[in-house]
Write a protein that binds this ligand. Structure first.
Ligand code: C5P
Length: 209
């Protein structure tokens, strides 16, 4: 059986942690598709280019290597902003599509991102749209940054999350929107364990959990 679990939602909603747990539970590989956009943005920044420049951004996406995805500088405000800018370029999205599809094409996979259930695997049987209030998501992102020893202002981090979501929702290419058949999961008051339990309950209707 080729089981694809598509997990979409805004920044810091808990998609990554949930995706890793579901992948372990179902014995499937996991792809954090945000890394593809982060690595593309990082390549553009390294070359001194502008992430919003379509030609430069698409060339960076087409040149991605496994080593780019393994870099340890793909998180943080500059990488966040660059990822969101390259992600609005249609040529970047087209360049990254085949890799995502082939990743899930074998025995199945869990993929998390913004457009997995709408564009990458529109026929996936199991789709979750994971959300939380912007205050809760900003606080989680702020905790991640401070845990890494980075100085961060909570209000500023909440504002950055809000801005990134607005860009992802309003872009013309594959905007962030729940698939019509996605199961909605609000994690505002849930920790990682409760989120996983709730996800399994929801998926039970679609998957042999
Ligand atoms: O999920 P993450 O925060 O790492 O994603 C970084 C950025 O990459 C997002 O803000 C979004 O612009 C873009 N992205 C996307 N489509 C995906 C995954 C990420 O547009 N499937």
């Amino acid at each position: 059986m080729n089981l694809i679990i598509a997990i979409d939602g805004p920044a810091a909603a808990g998609k990554g942690t949930l995706a890793r747990r579901l992948a372990a539970h179902f014995g499937l590989p996991h792809l954090d598709t945000g890394l593809l956009y982060r690595a593309t943005g990082r390549r553009v920044l390294d070359a001194g280019g502008a992430p919003a420049d379509p030609l430069v951004a698409e060339a960076a996406a087409r040149a991605l290597t496994a080593a780019d995805l393994a870099r340890d500088d793909l998180r943080g405000p500059a990488a966040d902003a660059a990822a969101t800018q390259v992600a609005a370029v249609p040529g970047v999205r087209a360049a990254l599509l085949e890799f995502q599809r082939s990743f899930g094409g074998g025995r199945g996979a869990v993929l998390d991102g913004r457009d997995i259930g709408t564009v990458v695997f529109p026929a996936a049987a199991a789709k979750l749209f994971v959300t939380a209030s912007v205050a809760a998501r900003g606080r989680r992102r702020w905790l991640e940054l401070t845990a890494r020893g980075e100085a961060a202002d909570l209000a500023e981090v909440i504002e950055q999350v809000r801005r990134r979501d607005a860009q992802d929702r309003s872009r013309a290419a594959a905007p962030l929107v729940p698939a019509a058949d996605a199961l909605l999961l609000d994690t505002t008051t849930l920790d990682a364990a409760a989120t996983f339990t709730r996800a399994l309950e929801l998926l039970g209707t679609r998957v042999n959990a």
